[in-house]
Design a protein around this ligand. Structure first.
Ligand SMILES: Cc1cc2nc3c(=O)[nH]c(=O)nc-3n(C[C@H](O)[C@H](O)[C@H](O)COP(=O)(O)OP(=O)(O)OC[C@H]3O[C@@H](n4cnc5c(N)ncnc54)[C@H](O)[C@@H]3O)c2cc1C
Length: 331
């Protein structure tokens, strides 16, 4: 049976279900309850200097065994939402290099012992700076690990009492995708903060379309599925100018000196991708010719220009980084 207690935390009711079934039972009894994973964002937000305030009802995910599993098939790695970042990085070579770097970059070691993969995906908490030492002003928001999850084509399992569905990271991280999930009463109240002003994904695709067949109901992120493709080249960079930052991910699959597939994503408060740029290079022999790289960078410039709001310094650093990665590609 689920434990229920009412200590500390300014009178929050803390529920500790032992299974997903119990969790959804509790969620229907306490619809305003927030899932508590590592508590690093939930515990840090919403308090004044003198008073720590937390949601009135908290559902701890700590003792739900199913959320702590890690499974590997030939094609996928599946990681439960309650697996801690340090547990994942310890898996070593099983994890795509770019994801390891993303998790290592998410926070310092002690914090990574607390932060869960599910919390990282769902949180819009005040974010730390690129050094992992400070926290940006309250309300600052980054899409954190979004660039890696989108580049790796990860999928997220969202479960409610009635149903379970898989959503691609690309869709999950778009404002429309989040809106849809929020409207389904799922990911916790306020988890997303205000949606980004706009998200522009160059070259089509990835547009969020609400699923009309979807049943309403509280949804929990339960698993993350990552395809186990071999990436010959992967780069994860925090692009930072003072308090502003974002993350760029550049991954490529190379076979017999041909660039078979390239994915480049930049995530800050929005996600930017130039699929036209990626298509322009796919299939080319390596090393790339200078004019092809110039064309690729020009397409990225266009994507950023159309986006309009990118900080000029961030933009310059990002374009430099993209250019350097493209020039560095070799078998
Ligand atoms: C010192 C410090 C440094 C940090 N540095 C960085 C950084 O450099 N980069 C970065 O990206 N982030 C950084 N963070 C933020 C950190 O990433 C978040 O605090 C963390 O991701 C939250 O994870 P958690 O497991 O503690 O989630 P919690 O705090 O427990 O939950 C966060 C939110 O997600 C919801 N939630 C959690 N799990 C689920 C689930 N399975 N399904 C649905 N909803 C769920 C909760 O209800 C809550 O609203 C830092 C945090 C700290 C404290």
């Amino acid at each position: 049976m689920a434990e229920e207690r009412r200590p500390a935390f300014g009178g929050s009711n803390i529920h500790i279900p032992l299974s997903l079934q119990e969790l959804f039972g509790l969620w229907s009894r306490f619809p305003g309850a927030a899932p508590w994973a590592g508590g690093t964002a939930l515990g840090a937000g919403n308090h004044s200097a003198s008073f720590l305030s937390l949601p009135r009802d908290i559902i701890s995910l700590e003792r739900i065994e199913e959320l702590r599993r890690i499974a590997r098939t030939e094609r996928y790695l599946e990681i439960g939402a309650m697996v801690r970042l340090n547990e994942i990085t310890r898996l070593g070579k099983m994890i795509p290099d770019v994801l390891i770097r993303t998790l290592l970059g998410a926070a310092g070691y002690p914090v990574r012992n607390l932060v869960t993969l599910g919390g990282l995906v769902c949180s819009s908490a005040p974010q730390a700076t690129g050094t992992g030492e400070g926290i940006l002003p309250r309300g600052a928001r980054s899409l954190g690990a979004a660039a890696s999850f989108i580049a790796l084509d990860a999928r997220f399992e969202l479960r409610s009492a009635e149903s379970s569905r898989w959503v691609s990271a690309a869709r999950f991280y778009t404002p429309g995708g989040r809106q849809e999930i929020a409207e389904r009463g799922g990911l916790p109240a306020g988890a997303w903060g205000a949606p980004p002003a706009k998200t522009r994904l160059r070259g089509g695709g990835l547009s969020p379309k609400p699923d009309p067949a979807a049943e309403p109901g509280r949804e929990l992120l339960t698993r993350i599925r990552i395809p186990l493709e071999q990436w010959s080249y992967s780069v994860y960079r925090k692009i930072q100018d003072g308090d502003r930052w974002g993350t760029a991910v550049f991954i490529a699959r190379i076979e017999k000196n041909i660039l078979m597939e390239l994915r480049v994503i930049f995530a800050s408060d929005r996600i930017i991708r130039s699929q036209a740029g990626e298509s322009s290079l796919n299939g080319k022999s390596l090393p790339l010719e200078r004019r092809d790289v110039n064309h690729f960078v020009a397409l990225w410039e266009l994507a950023l220009e159309e986006e309009g709001r990118t900080d000029p310094m961030i933009r310059a650093i990002l374009l430099n980084c993209i250019e350097a990665c493209a020039l560095e590609l070799a078998d």
